[in-house]
Design a protein around this ligand. Sequence first.
Ligand code: ATP
Length: 207
Amino acid sequence: MDLTVTDLSIARGGIPVLGHVSLTLRSGCALVLRGPNGIGKTTLLRTIAGLQPPLSGTIGLPSEDVAYAGHADGIKSTLSVTENLRFWARIFGTGDIAPALAAMDLAALAERPAHSLSAGQKRRLGLARLLVTGRRFWLLDEPTVSLDAASVALFARAVRTHLSNGGATLMATHIDLGIAEAEVLDLTPFRAAPSAAAPGGFDEAFA
Ligand SMILES: Nc1ncnc2c1ncn2[C@@H]1O[C@H](COP(=O)(O)OP(=O)(O)OP(=O)(O)O)[C@@H](O)[C@H]1O
């Protein structure tokens, strides 16, 4: 089954940001969301991930098949790298964490408490989490923030492997991951017309 988004309109903090977005993401494919700061890339990913409702339109996807990696890494700081991954493997009902440790070059850091990792190492752990979910559709918001060139290359390889195993990725990123088959969707033409904020609308508890 594909991930389909049809005629979706979305808001953030009560203010419409994007209107009438449609896209399809098929197995084995990567789609990159582009557009200027504030256009609504994060809001679109959050909506597709089910973290907020759309204003209108439909999202057709098997929600149990989606893994979302947002700006926060979702790491438990008092647990070690291994314990973090085992925790997520249990949540998602998967088993072996060794391939995820290897893919994101975390084996040497396996017993380190997560709070002692550098920003880039934490990001690698957050991305390794995707690998233990066993989920087919990865929704990724700026996945390469804090990563050095070698780690970006590791991540790009993990994405390519995921695609070749029938997975798919929808990601917002400003950098070129060198994934030849990736398509690009520029959200600029879907910017919502300016309108008044909904009553009480600006701030959101869930930023
Ligand atoms: N917590 C929030 N409460 C209210 N408005 C918000 C909140 N977070 C973002 N916004 C606004 O929603 C709009 C869309 O923001 P969003 O983060 O989706 O854009 P983006 O394309 O991901 O931006 P960037 O490239 O800077 O990450 C922007 O105008 C932003 O100011």
